[in-house]
Design a protein around this ligand. Structure first.
Ligand SMILES: [Zn+2]
Length: 438
């Protein structure tokens, strides 16, 4: 499996710098193989292709692919058994964090797992990590590890050794990669541990790194971390600059999910997150039409690497804003996303029925009030619940500034009620601004 990992990694580095035509032809080759397997062994797609009257060999370009109807998250849940290939053996199953209403489970094999890890390695390479750099990956506390994991792998429990087999092997071989498990609720201890490991590059959650940064001596010696990769959750530019200031290194953004693995990540030129187009075909749609550079739309993905449970034209629910169409200085022609604006169901109701992006609201709140570790829930149009650690104190401190900020963002007067936020929430995927229905 380590050999397979290296093969995927080497291939992925070559694919990263293909021109558009080369990339498209690689995608079509992989799509043909995915469709063939899906048609022969996956009942759901056999049915879909029969209904649209196509065989796999008749789907030769993106236009043809668009004849296949979009598969929503709900569609995945409802059709789960018939989405899994009849030929699959040795299957892992992984659930989404379930923070977004619909619980999506995805089945995959060890080959797909190795591919996902290889793409993670490419992501680190492209943001400047060298083999001699010390790399520390900061994990959630043990209690949250197995959230959403299930097993039917060779009849025994699915463990993190299965999940991270090659990564662990590489870590032992290189002596440069370390995993650090966070304490349940002790950011000061976590900071000490991180300082002891002296990483050149760290990977972790922005919200956790921000809490740890409270214990850095101000004006004192910094950790001198060159780069920090932040993933798994939404964070604002305000939070990012505070973390960069505290730790003295650049933040690199990436975006991924259980269903797709890493979907997008920043290179060292930080011109937006490159979509992993060699292994995922992306469409960014608004009203069913592809949008252009600088525009916003919903991300629809066809994962070319998972033959166990093919996801073809899978509507991720994520609204994204594409970056400009220029070629990035890193040499990759892969499309870039400027921002992930939040899940469709999280968008807020503004004045006159307008929809307001949760990320835009979080940006305004953090810029104008300096709040942190909060969750703002829109109950009704002008009615918000604010979940915080100490409701009484924080209401006194923030309510007037927050009220003004939210009124301006929503274009309507607002009322706020402050309530206590369970500490456990801090380890869930951070969604700072949501709607009650989302
Ligand atoms: Zn680039």
């Amino acid at each position: 499996m380590v050999l397979r990992f290296f093969r995927y990694y080497a291939d992925s580095l070559r694919a990263y710098r293909l021109d558009r035509a080369g990339l498209r032809s690689l995608q079509m080759k992989r799509l043909a193989s995915l469709l063939k397997g899906a048609y022969e062994d996956v009942p759901y797609y056999h049915g879909v292709l029969r209904r649209i009257g196509r065989t796999p060999s008749e789907i030769r370009n993106l236009q043809d692919l668009r004849e296949i109807p979009v598969l929503t998250r709900r569609g995945v849940t409802e059709n789960e058994p018939s989405l899994v290939s009849g030929k699959a053996t040795g299957v892992h199953i992984r659930g989404s964090s379930g923070t977004s209403g619909v619980f999506v489970r995805v089945a995959f094999d060890q080959g797909f797992r190795d591919l996902i890890l290889a793409l993670q390695a490419r992501r680190l390479t492209e943001c400047g990590v060298k083999p001699w750099h010390r790399l520390v990956s900061i994990w959630a506390p043990k209690k949250y590890w197995k959230r959403g994991l299930e097993s039917r792998f060779k009849g025994r429990a699915f463990t993190w050794a299965d999940e991270l087999g090659p990564a662990r092997t590489l870590a032992v071989l290189s002596t440069r990669v370390r995993f650090m498990q966070s304490a349940q609720d002790d950011p000061e201890r976590d900071l000490e541990e991180l300082a002891r490991l002296r990483p050149d590059f760290a990977m972790g959650r922005a919200s956790h790194l921000a809490r740890m940064a409270d214990f850095l001596p101000s004006g004192g010696k910094r950790l001198r971390i060159r780069g920090i990769e932040c993933r798994h959750e939404t964070f604002t530019t305000t939070a990012a600059s505070k973390i960069e200031e505290a730790y003295g290194g650049r933040i690199y953004r990436s975006h991924g999910s259980n269903e797709l693995g890493t979907a997008a990540s920043e290179c060292r030129f930080q011109t937006g997150m490159h979509l992993n187009e060699d292994w995922i075909m992306f469409e960014v749609l608004r009203g069913g039409e592809q949008v252009g550079p600088g525009e916003q739309g919903e991300l629809v993905a066809t994962a070319l690497g998972n033959h166990v449970m093919p996801l073809i034209r899978y509507a991720t629910g994520d609204t994204v804003e594409l970056a400009d169409g220029e070629r990035c200085a890193c040499g990759s022609t892969m499309l870039r996303v400027k921002r992930f604006l939040g899940r469709k169901e999280d968008w807020l109701q503004g004045a006159g029925g307008t929809l307001v992006s949760p990320l835009d609201v979080a940006e305004a709140v953090e810029r104008e009030t300096g709040m942190r570790d909060y969750q703002i829930v829109q109950l009704k149009r002008g009615e918000f619940e604010v979940r915080v650690k100490s409701p009484d104190q924080e209401e006194k401190r923030y309510s007037s500034a927050l009220g003004e900020c939210l009124s301006r963002a929503m274009g309507t007067p607002v009322t706020l009620s402050f309530t206590a936020r369970p500490r456990d929430d801090l380890w869930l995927k951070n969604r700072p601004v949501v709607t009650a229905g989302g």
